[in-house]
Design a protein around this ligand. Structure first.
Ligand SMILES: CC(=O)SCCNC(=O)CCNC(=O)[C@H](O)C(C)(C)COP(=O)(O)OP(=O)(O)OC[C@H]1O[C@@H](n2cnc3c(N)ncnc32)[C@H](O)[C@@H]1OP(=O)(O)O
Ligand SMILES: CC(C)C(=O)C(=O)O
Length: 518
């Protein structure tokens, strides 16, 4: 039997950073941050933005609603289980969207049906028909996903896909929920569906791959050749467990190897670094230096033979240009004598668009940094601006810190914060300056969260380098990551801890509990 293929070679990019991406342990974004990310995704030409799972919480509902109001070009999707109340809630949240999409899912693998859903296959099959017909009566753009699709029996998968299309689904998304499949097998699975499901031409076939074996991108690309035309992915590959298929990798692979893979996306790749930095900043998940496309080393050449080759012809060691992903090689040298115009131009060059208050705040911090540090590198400005952006809408804000430390203790920290706009200060002792700083924070903002990780990274070389600090806090099984940057390591530590506390408040979705305002 010959394979039916989709005629168009245009690949629909479905971004799920705000839904599956946010399911990454420790990841949380507040409403403002989600809106910022959605606007960047919209501007960069993503086709569908999955903004959340509206039934999951009022916060998720509100973010889908607010993103729906603001997104101008992309379709906005809301996730729903195969129940009427989930579908109704998703539809309600999507009301302001110009192009809404309901995305409903139901597990079809024997393991999930028996143990998780505790439903017989016939009941699952019926629920597919019922839920999709119900969703289709509300919205003419409905996507259906057989969760754990790659571990589903083929006959049953074909039957459910056929039923979902008959019930009105216009996109069928095949998830590799647990990141189990391998490229050849996944290609064969999509090809099998293309060949066996009679009405498959009526739907776009999509894939949603997880990265448990590091194969999410390879599996997604393998599916294209078999006829898939939508890829679900996230910025920086964030997501449940080991994450999702990384959007920047898929999009750049299609662009760079169009000779081997004749498909195209509508994404403006020069916006990739901007999106990557924003997502890293708002989630607190730093990008590993050797990460493909967006890692700090992705376009760095240090060894002599490579540098020699690069000087003679950049193509010797670069398969894509840094400019193609939005990295610029700058001629603007920044220092203590730079003014607002140069700073604004530098920010534009680096892909930042700041609100006026963020810009003014970042400029003050830039001048302060320039007083302490001879050479200001692009990395310094990125760290500084990221730090300014993560503090937008914070309940708790850092004001000042004085620390006494050295070989003879006790080490003490005198800290001032604002909590919901009110000034608070306290002094604490600790086993070292960092411990004293964190003890001072706990004395002003009492909480039970445990410090799980404290990490310091020098943004550039030299003893005057800025410190970028990451802390991870855990409370009742919920983890959050906070980041802070400053030329003073202890100030950066305090900022990072305060950032994590603010994220904990978002996770709780209740505002500031009494215990925290003591
Ligand atoms: C593969 C994915 O990424 S799917 C998306 C996963 N994302 C999330 O779960 C994040 C948000 N989730 C939540 O906030 C909560 O799990 C909620 C609000 C959705 C549900 O909360 P609760 O009602 O307390 O249920 P809980 O999470 O404990 O269990 C899930 C229930 O949904 C059922 N369920 C799971 N998937 C589906 C589905 N697709 N359709 C219908 N029911 C489903 C489970 O069988 C279980 O039902 P049971 O309570 O009858 O045993
Ligand atoms: C809801 C579906 C698409 C999902 O996230 C998964 O299976 O991983």
């Amino acid at each position: 039997m010959s394979t039916k293929t989709n005629k168009s070679n245009r690949v629909i990019i479905f971004d799920t950073t705000l839904r599956d991406g946010e399911q990454a342990p420790g990841c949380s974004m507040n409403l403002e941050e989600k809106i910022q990310v959605a606007q960047v995704l919209d501007e960069m030409g993503v086709d569908v933005i999955e903004a959340g799972f509206p039934i999951a919480s009022n916060g998720d509902f509100q973010s889908v609603q607010e993103v729906s109001k603001r997104v101008k070009n992309a379709q906005v999707a809301g996730l729903a289980r195969a129940t009427r109340k989930d579908i109704d809630r998703a539809w309600e949240a999507l009301q302001p969207a110009v192009n809404p999409r309901i995305h409903s899912f139901l597990s079809t693998s024997p393991l999930h049906m028996k143990y998780k859903l505790q439903m017989e296959p016939e009941a699952v099959h019926q629920a597919v028909a019922d839920s999709i017909s119900y969703a289709r009566n509300l919205c003419d753009n409905v996507e259906w996903s057989p969760e754990d699709g790659t571990r589903t029996e083929h006959d049953f998968l074909c039957r459910c896909v056929e039923t979902a299309i008959k019930a009105g689904a216009s996109t069928i998304n095949i998830p590799d929920t647990v990141g189990y499949t391998v490229p050849e097998e996944f290609h064969a699975l999509i090809e099998m569906l293309m060949n066996r499901v009679p009405n498959i031409d009526k739907a776009i076939i999509s894939v949603h791959c997880h990265n448990d074996l590091g194969l999410a991108v390879a599996n997604s690309l393998a599916a294209l050749k078999a006829g898939a035309r939508q890829i679900e992915c996230t910025i920086n590959g964030i997501g449940e467990r080991a994450g999702n298929c990384a959007m920047e990798e898929v999009v750049m692979a299609l662009r760079t190897r169009s000779d081997a893979m004749p498909y195209e996306s509508g994404v403006d790749t020069t916006q990739i670094m901007r999106a990557s930095r924003l997502v890293s900043t708002v989630t607190g998940f730093s990008v590993q230096p050797n990460k493909a496309i967006v890692g700090a080393n992705a376009f760095a050449h240090e060894s002599g033979i490579h540098q020699d080759g690069m000087l003679k012809n950049a193509q010797t060691y670069e398969i894509m240009t840094p400019e193609s992903v939005g990295l610029t090689r700058s001629n603007l040298v920044m220092g203590k004598h730079s003014g607002r115009h140069a700073f604004k131009a530098k920010l534009e060059e680096l892909g930042f668009e700041l609100a006026e208050n963020e810009f003014q705040d970042a400029f003050v911090r830039f001048k302060d940094l320039a007083d302490h540090k001879k050479d200001i590198y692009d990395e310094d400005i990125v760290a500084l601006v990221d730090d300014a952006v993560v503090r937008t809408n914070d309940h708790i804000r850092f004001v000042s810190l004085q620390v006494v430390c050295g070989s003879t203790g006790p080490q003490t920290a005198e800290l001032a914060l604002t909590v919901e706009g009110e000034s608070k200060a306290n002094k604490a002792e600790g086993n070292g300056p960092v411990d004293a700083t964190f003890a001072a924070i706990r004395s002003i903002v009492p909480h039970e969260a445990k410090l799980q990780l404290y990490q310091v990274h020098a943004v550039t070389g030299g003893t005057d380098a800025q410190a970028q600090v990451t802390v991870r806090l855990e409370e009742d099984g919920k983890t959050v990551i906070g980041q802070g940057a400053d030329h003073d390591t202890l100030v950066a530590s305090a900022r990072a801890y305060v950032n994590a506390l603010n994220k904990l408040l978002v996770k709780r979705e209740k505002g500031l509990p009494e215990a925290m305002t003591a």
